[in-house]
Write a protein that binds this ligand. Structure first.
Ligand code: HEC
Length: 128
């Protein structure tokens, strides 16, 4: 390869601003595309086949009543639920009585059956 044939390349490389702008535009486009086609969008919190019917019921209750403060069992407005053992009795007491800024949920909002299902679902969320 002769020196002459390398010149066009040198010209491009000599414009770092252009290279940076191109890299930025490419990165921005990649972020946009990734953001729009998130593989997780629309997926259930935990893939359905792993859950028993009872746990699936608990998952629905969780998404309606708990998800806003404990997203996927992770830290949100409330503390993480997926990083410690949470015996069913503790979950149920917490839900019925509330604590601090966590509201209490009575039978009108979460029936006893739903609460049992909810407690078994919270146990599934545990990651560590
Ligand atoms: C409005 C926000 C909010 C909602 C809704 C909510 N929580 Fe909470 N939760 C909290 C906060 C805040 C705490 C910490 C309370 C404290 O210790 O003062 C908490 C604590 C807990 C704890 C104890 C965690 C620990 O580390 O000991 C459990 C279990 C729990 N929540 C389960 C639930 C379940 C199940 C639901 C759905 C029925 C729910 N929460 C709905 C805010 C919320």
């Amino acid at each position: 390869m002769t020196l002459r044939s390398l010149r066009p390349l040198q010209r491009v490389v000599r414009r770092p601003a252009l290279v940076v702008a191109c890299a930025f535009a490419t990165a921005a486009a990649a972020v946009l595309v990734a953001g729009c086609s998130s593989a997780r969008r629309g997926e259930p919190l935990v893939s359905a086949p792993q859950l028993s019917p009872d746990q699936q019921r608990g998952q629905i209750v969780f998404s309606q009543r708990c998800y806003q403060c404990h997203p996927n069992g992770a830290t949100g407005i409330g503390p993480a639920l997926n990083n410690k053992p949470l015996p069913a009795a503790l979950v149920k007491t917490q839900v019925r009585k509330g604590l601090g800024s966590m509201p209490a949920f009575d039978q009108q909002h979460i029936s006893d059956d739903d609460l049992n299902a909810l407690a078994s679902y919270v146990a599934v969320l545990r990651k560590s």
